[in-house]
Design a protein around this ligand. Structure first.
Ligand code: C2O
Ligand code: CU
Length: 432
């Protein structure tokens, strides 16, 4: 990653659209939008969005709510929406060819699901996602705790990149085979987009970072305050962790609670220094700052794994450029097979625990996502670590995860570098 490859980009406040509330149902209308990504004299960027903007509106609900969403497909192409990270009913998971048919242009599909766990989630197109997400079809989905931690501001921070030409238009190189076989479609502009941009010195703020990029890992440094990491992929940490440099793979989220000392800046760490993604300007000071310690979020009541009775499986990531061993019928493969098998990779009895070794035999890192569930990362000392829905496995590395397959249905398991998914790195499991 080379900082000079990025277009210069002055930091005008880049604001996300307003929160939407379900009254009585959310309405998400996909269609063309003109996005302001570059802030110089370049033009607007023609993209796709929801309800007139990209990212789409922040959908905000409470834990336990039923979430009805009418998806009106004005995008001019077949599509479907996936509610990333939600443990929902399988039929609402938004995966064409597995859980529903693609929604034709002009049609409406009514989603409705329960949101059992509070946290930071997002929604995105799941049909030709390497193109449709890059064109802008995604947005934040926030599930509030029944009793949210007290903060002065709750701010969604979307991290994304875009590949733009000199006129500010999206580069039409979607599906580029070179991108697919390497690290995916990288943008030449990267930004942090905020749901609010007014904070004060002394404020306690909750930051909900979401990496919505189709391929870019975001190594992020947050400066301007002291804070704690309180959740990953929506799920609370038992004990808040010190805020150090973060690394978010595509689709991963991290929640931070921060006490603001000065303007809060988000930098992308590159070999050549920090690239500025965006800054929350601090105006004025809070006359009554919090003086209590940052406490853990209320724990999620998730199923307890049975490690002794666990079925043991291994998923090997294979293929790609730069020396990856080529097997399967496309660039990438899991266990010698590219793309969706007719039968699931594994069938689980409902409630069964699995210990899965994810082994990366390729020259690239992969963020592996399981639909409809979270799983524990197993730490080096054997203890159960972070509870996530997307785990980053570095090149030539291996990671064990433990998952309780308690949600019936057909669930996708894939790399969230969307060009890798498109060119072979996906499979599915069934829970019956
Ligand atoms: Cu975030 Cu299969 O997706
Ligand atoms: Cu990958």
């Amino acid at each position: 990653m080379n900082r000079r490859k990025f277009l210069a980009c002055s930091a005008v406040a880049a604001l996300l659209p307003k929160t939407a509330w379900a009254t009585p149902a959310f309405r998400l209308k996909a269609g063309p939008v003109d996005a302001r990504i570059l802030s110089g004299g370049e033009g607007l960027t023609p993209m796709l969005g929801f309800n007139g903007s990209t990212p789409g509106p922040e959908l905000r609900v409470r834990q336990g709510d039923r979430v009805p969403v009418a998806f009106e497909n004005g995008s001019g192409r077949p599509s479907a929406i996936h509610w990333h990270g939600i443990h929902l009913e399988n039929a609402m998971d938004g995966v064409p060819e597995l859980t529903q048919g693609a929604v034709p242009p002009g049609a409406t599909f009514r989603y409705a699901f329960d949101a059992p766990y509070a946290g930071t989630y997002w929604y995105h197109a799941h049909h030709r996602s390497w193109e449709q997400v890059a064109r802008g079809l995604y947005g934040p989905l926030i599930v509030e705790e029944p009793d949210p931690p007290a903060v002065d501001r709750d701010i969604v921070v979307v991290l994304d990149d875009w590949r733009l030409d000199d006129a500010g238009r999206l580069h039409e190189s979607f599906g580029n085979r070179h991108d697919f076989s390497h690290a995916g479609r990288m943008g030449n502009v990267a930004r942090a987009l905020f749901s609010h941009d007014t904070i004060r010195r002394g404020d306690r703020i909750r930051l909900r970072l979401i990496n919505t990029a189709t391929a870019r890992m975001f190594p992020v440094r947050i400066a301007g305050g002291t804070g704690k990491v309180v959740a990953h992929d929506g799920m609370p940490l038992a004990e808040p962790a010190p805020l150090e440099d973060l690394l978010l793979a595509p689709a991963q989220r991290t929640d931070v609670i921060l006490d603001v000392a000065e303007p809060v800046s988000f930098g992308l760490r590159t070999r050549e220094g920090l690239y500025r993604l965006g800054t929350l300007a601090a105006g004025g000071s809070n006359p009554a700052p919090f003086d209590t310690p940052i406490r853990p979020l209320p724990p999620a009541r998730t199923p307890a794994p049975d490690r002794n009775g666990a079925v043991r499986l291994t998923l090997v990531m294979q293929g790609g450029a730069m020396g990856g061993r080529h097997v399967g019928s496309d660039f990438w493969a899991f266990n010698d097979r590219s793309g969706m098998p007719e039968v699931p990779w594994h069938r689980f009895a409902r409630g069964e625990t699995a210990l899965i070794t994810l082994r990366n035999d390729t020259a690239f890192p992969h963020g592996i996502h399981l639909h409809g569930h979270h799983f524990h990362e197993v730490r080096d000392d054997g203890a159960l670590g972070r509870y996530r829905d997307t785990t980053l496995v570095d090149r030539q590395a291996s990671r064990d995860i433990v998952c309780v397959f308690d949600n019936p249905g057909k669930w996708l398991l894939h790399c969230h570098t969307l060009g890798h998914q498109a060119s072979g790195m996906k499979t599915w499991v069934e829970v019956a």
